[in-house]
Structure formats: C-alpha cells, structure tokens
Write a protein that binds this ligand. Sequence first.
Ligand code: HC0
Ligand code: SF4
Length: 570
Amino acid sequence: MVNLTINGKQIRVKEGTTILDAAASAGIFIPTLCYLKDINEIGACRVCVVEVEGCAKLVTACNNKVWEGMDIRTNSPKVRESRRNNVELILSQHDCQCATCVRSGNCSLQTIANDLGILELPFEKKLPKSNWPMDFPLIRDAKKCIKCMRCVQVCDKIQGLNIWDVAGTGSRTTVDVSRNRKIQESDCALCGQCITHCPVGALRERDDVQKVLDALADPEKITVVQVAPAVRAAWGEAFGLPRKFATVKRLVSALRQIGFNYIFDTNFSADLTIMEEGSEFLEKVKNKENETFPMFTSCCPGWVRFMKSQYPGMVDQLSSAKSPQQMFGAVAKSYYAKLLDVDPSRIYSISIMPCVAKKHECAIPVMNDAGAGPDVDVVLTTREVDRLIRAEHIIPSDLEEEEFDMPLGTGSGAGVIFGATGGVMEAALRSAYYLVTGRNPDPDSFSKVRGMDGWKEAEFNLAGQNLKVAVASGLSNTRKLMEAIRKGEVQYHFVEIMACPGGCAGGGGQPIKDGEEQAEARCEVLYGLDKVNNLRFSHENPSVQKCYQDYLEAPLSHLSHKLLHTDHHA
Ligand code: HC0
Ligand code: SF4
C-alpha cells in the first residue's frame, strides 16, 4: 500500500494506482478529456494535470502512478491556470459551432470549457478543411477533431482494424484515415465504435432524419417502422430516464405521436431468422461430410464487412440468411403489403437500429428482393431517433405505454436477446433442439454463451450429436478466433460474431455516455425481457407461424430463399 496526501487529505491506496484513480477513491474529481480507461492513457490533452510537491512541472494524473509520501494538489492556482490554458488551446483547434453540433449538450469539451468558466478565446483559430464524402454512413469532421487519439486507439486495440492514424506534422498534425486512403477504400467495418468513443462531435453517423420526415409528410407513402432488439434497452438514456421506465412500449407511443403508420418489432424477424438460419444449420449438420464448418452468423453487417475484407476466402461459410433487419424489410414489402392490399411501392420501410453499419446494409444493391426498391429504405440509429423525439417536442417522461401493431409486432424472448452477445446463438440452439427432437428444451439450457467475455465457447449435446459453438464480440477478439480457426487450433460447428463489444447492446449507434461502457447493463435488460416473455422460442411465435402458413410455406422454401436469403458475394 502507498500513503499519500491529496488536497491535504491523507489517503492509502494500492501500489501502482494512478493519481486519477487515487483521487477518485477519495472522492476528489480531476477532469479528463482524452483519457479512456485501459484504451487511451496517454495524457495528451493535459486537462488532468495536478501539482506534486517537489516536482517543477505539473504532471498528468491519468498516466502517472502514486508514490509513498506524495503530496498532490488538484486545484492550486497553477493547476487551474494550466488547465485553462490547455483547454483554450484545444478550443483554438475546434470549430466550436455548438448550436449546430450533434454532440451539443453531450460534449466533454463543452462541459470542461464551461466548468472552467472559459467565456472567450484568446487564440486565433486555425481549422483544417473537411473533404469528407457526406453520403458515407460514417462522417468525420476534421474541424471538430481535438486529436485526443481515442478513435485511433479504439479502432486499433478493440477492433484491430487501424482505420485511423495521425496525419501531418507540426501544427498541421491531425487524425485521418490511415495510410493516406479515402474512407471508402479502407477496411472500415462501420461498427461506429470510434463515434461512441469520441468525446466531441468529430465523428458521427450520417443523419437521415430528414428522409424520414419527408416520407411521413408524403400522403402516398405508408410508413412501416421496425424497432431493433437493442434499441429498447438504450433509447431512454439520452433523456435520463430510468431503464425500467424507458420501455419499448413507450418508444412505440413516441413513434405513434410522430406519425408512423405501422410500428413493428424486429424481434419478429429475429424469430424468422432463427427459423431460416437454424434450418440451414441443421441441413449442414445432416450433410456434414460435404460441408465446411463452422457456419458463421451473418446478421451483423459490421462483421460481414470484416469477413469480406479480412477473410475473403471464408465468405462462403457465412449463413446465407439475411439479417433480421433485411428479412423484415423484404416481408414488409411483400407479405405485409399483401395483407394491407396495397402496392408494395407505397410502403416506406424504416428501421431503428443501434447500428451505423445497418445504414450500409440496407443500401447493398441486392437487398431489394421484394421488388419495390430497397427492402429497407432508411435506417435511423438510436441516437437519431432520440433527436427526432426531441425535435417533435415529445416529453418522454409523459409517455404512456402502447402496443406494437400486429401481426409483425410479435417477438419472442429468443428474438429480444439477439441484441446481446451470444443471444443469436442461444436463440438458435433453443429452436434447433426443438427441430431435432420435437421437444422444447428448458429455455435457459444454453445460457453458457451469455456474458461479456470477448470469446466464449460451449459444447452441447443435441439428440446424440455433439455441437461445439463459439461466440465472439469486438473485432480484435474476432480476429483472434478467426486465426485460431484458420490454424486448426480450434474446431466449431457454429459461430456467432458481433462486431461491437457486447453485441448490438454496445452498438455504434447507441446513446453516448462519455467514458462509461453501457453494454453490460443493456444486455441485462434484454435478458430480463426474455425471462418475462410468455414466448421464449422463435418457433412458437404465432405471427411467424402464420407468415409461413399463409405466405412463405416453410423455412428454406423457394419464396423464403428469394426473400430471406442472400449471396454475400453480390
Ligand atoms: Fe442488432 Fe439484429 S440484433 S444485428 O445488433 O441479428 O443493429 O438490436 O436489429 O438485423 O434482430 C442491430 C440489434 C438488430 C438485425 C436483430 C440481428
Ligand atoms: Fe451493428 Fe450490432 Fe454489428 Fe455493432 S454488433 S455493427 S450494432 S449489428
């Protein structure tokens, strides 16, 4: 243990503790900006500087460790002045257009500048020009970048893709796409983790809210919106609503007030995905001599992009099943148009996703199998939908709960856990067990694949057949797993991959609480919703059963193949 003094208070902490953590343990707050625990501990912004007795220079608290007898001041005049100067310098390289910034009100730089009482800037601004393709799903605004390096580090350490790097020298040093590439030429998976880890508004998703407003105002269009599993665990965070209050039924109520015609649940098509992907997997197992294992899930477009760019030779091992988002779009513009007795071209299909990559997925040219334009016309992230709610002056705390529309508003507990890492695998195993044995298992029999570990594996016995499965989330973890598969060090039958750590719950389109990971708490919400659902098996979803009876006929039928499966090479 180490004894030290902070602001005159004597404390005792473990050896190796940083000044920042030691202060926090004594209830003393030191502001930070570039710091991200375990990811970016470089002291670049120098906002966390403190004075140490006997040291001529101020030291950064985030990456310096305490020593015996250390005497620290976190609020001396020297500290205050230096902190202020450092923030003023950062502001001189930032466009400070707060009124038109997506992060206004949720920007760590804005908060720190306000806290320090900075009311004007002594330095002249020198801002770089932005030359970004504004139709790309991920937008970077060089004028807002404060060179904190968080995006560089998250992409390297957590996602292993190295999309961002330092560019330029001297006063022109900035962050840009690595190796002088254009973003479209890079291997960016579009996971959006750089966005959720940016302290300011330098990174964001392309804003598609206006497209939705235009559709809502068009009397010819019938707006059909789907809500992804993980959105329900997070949409209320931006309004400070308690998780128990911010239910999906209150989100339905907000969407109805905004004017969407039909409000449905992606959980419905998650159940449909299980029927298709589960059947595809069992076919492969039956025909195992001629198949290559593992089969990989294909519902995360960030992962599919990663697979295509990093392991192109293994693309055929992806399940041919489309993601629930795309299955839903194809069903909305075919089966549901038929139920409404309208021309499918009148249906405008919107999805609300925790994801940036879904904006790319819906625009893949072959994702138009219902024959009425793109099966999903536009994707809004959870953050965009929160902004839409705000723009409509809806008071979320006043919302009453309302039901989804029917029949595509019915989803099982197996569908809702798709939003958590391991959830797709668990849902698939629940139904695979039934399809093989004709009996339902205990719905919690496959819960070994739950949890936040980046690479999990489990073995199950399915009617005498031993199945080895693995689940990974986060692309660095994924790369480790893929390399082990490639080298033959591990063998699996079925593998679930989600690009974002923790799965979609931790998606790149989710609300941002700077410096605090929310995925685990959101996953708990999703597992809680599964537990209390009367339906815990995808194959028991009555709306899915009816859709097969009246329209698709059976999993893997000709029509199912046309609408619900895809060629990942296209
Ligand atoms: Fe997900 Fe999905 S679980 S990828 O994270 O499979 O985005 O929530 O909607 O499509 O269902 C995202 C979330 C989805 C899809 C579903 C899957
Ligand atoms: Fe999108 Fe979910 Fe994949 Fe992240 S894990 S890229 S949120 S689908």
